[in-house]
Design a protein around this ligand. Sequence first.
Ligand code: TYM
Length: 337
Amino acid sequence: MTNVAQEQKKRVLSLIQPTAMPTLGNYLGALKNWKEMSRDYDCIFGIADLHALTSRPNPGELRRQTLEMFALLLSLGLDPDENIVFVQSHVCAHSELSWILNCYTQFGEASRMTQFKEKSHKQSDNINIGLFAYPTLMAADILLYLTNFVPVGADQKQHLELARDVAERFNGIYGNVFTVPEPFIGKKGAKIMSLQDPAAKMSKSDANPKASVSVLDEPDTIFKKFKSAVTDSEAQVRRAEGKDGIVNLMTIYSCCTGKDFDAIEREFEGKGYGDFKSAVAEAVIEELRPLREKYKSVVADKSYLADCAVKGAAAAARVSARTADKVKKKVGLWQKP
Ligand code: TYM
């Protein structure tokens, strides 16, 4: 590709925490879009291992999970020569800018973050400052790369809005330093719900293993989880109030097959939930099959993973250092002579 063509491409960035293998929710809300966008945009994708520290994970487990998540991103089909794929802690500008942005973020606006409130409730014995400053590290991730679009699920929208506010505030004081990013939230799949409680988001940290599907679950396991998904007693596949479980399954089916809700309702007219659940499970199994198969070989190739991580970190450092240097100069830090 020519440099001109590369320059015209808009930049896309997103990260994922390595706290557990991604769920079908992470996949349909974010990862699937990452892969699709990687063809048309200048993409940077990363693993938010610094964010993961806010829940004080076991060190050995965090290291293993980071490596596995890195392998998973490469298995998605993100070409590490065309896109930057990196680990957040390998690029020091993230921590540096996040500190500076803390000084341009108000206590009141960070206190309003619903994810902070939810996580404070979940880990009430460890409400650390990192948990509170989580969104400013996320803003640093995004703003360092002059990102245009951020593909995320609906749960990250509020954090994105904060990143935009901080960027606008900073630009208002110092001139146009940052690009103000736009969230990219898919029309469907932005909020996949738990299979056991359709009122709750499907989450990696759910204690009930039947509530979520991991992207690496074996076909048998996926099948069983969909068979036991909570629905309702009406036995009609259609959108309606009080049918959140069925609507969630219709969303998943639609994301995996490309069929819209009208077509799904027609397809299952007169059929029971048993048939529908089997069809959803089969569609998910087929959607995830290439990823699961590729992952097995990629995760076993430690030297390939190491090479890609080194290459990704170097490329990310090159881009982010330009913004970090500019910011340091603007705020009045003495440049290293
Ligand atoms: P994380 O690791 O919680 O989730 C990764 C991505 O998956 C999306 N997601 C969902 N989408 C649909 N349905 C669900 N049930 C569901 N659960 C999760 C999330 O919205 C996210 O896009 N703070 C971020 C990571 C991050 C980041 C960034 C993202 C760090 N820095 C910079 C974008 C830009 C997080 O914890 O994602």
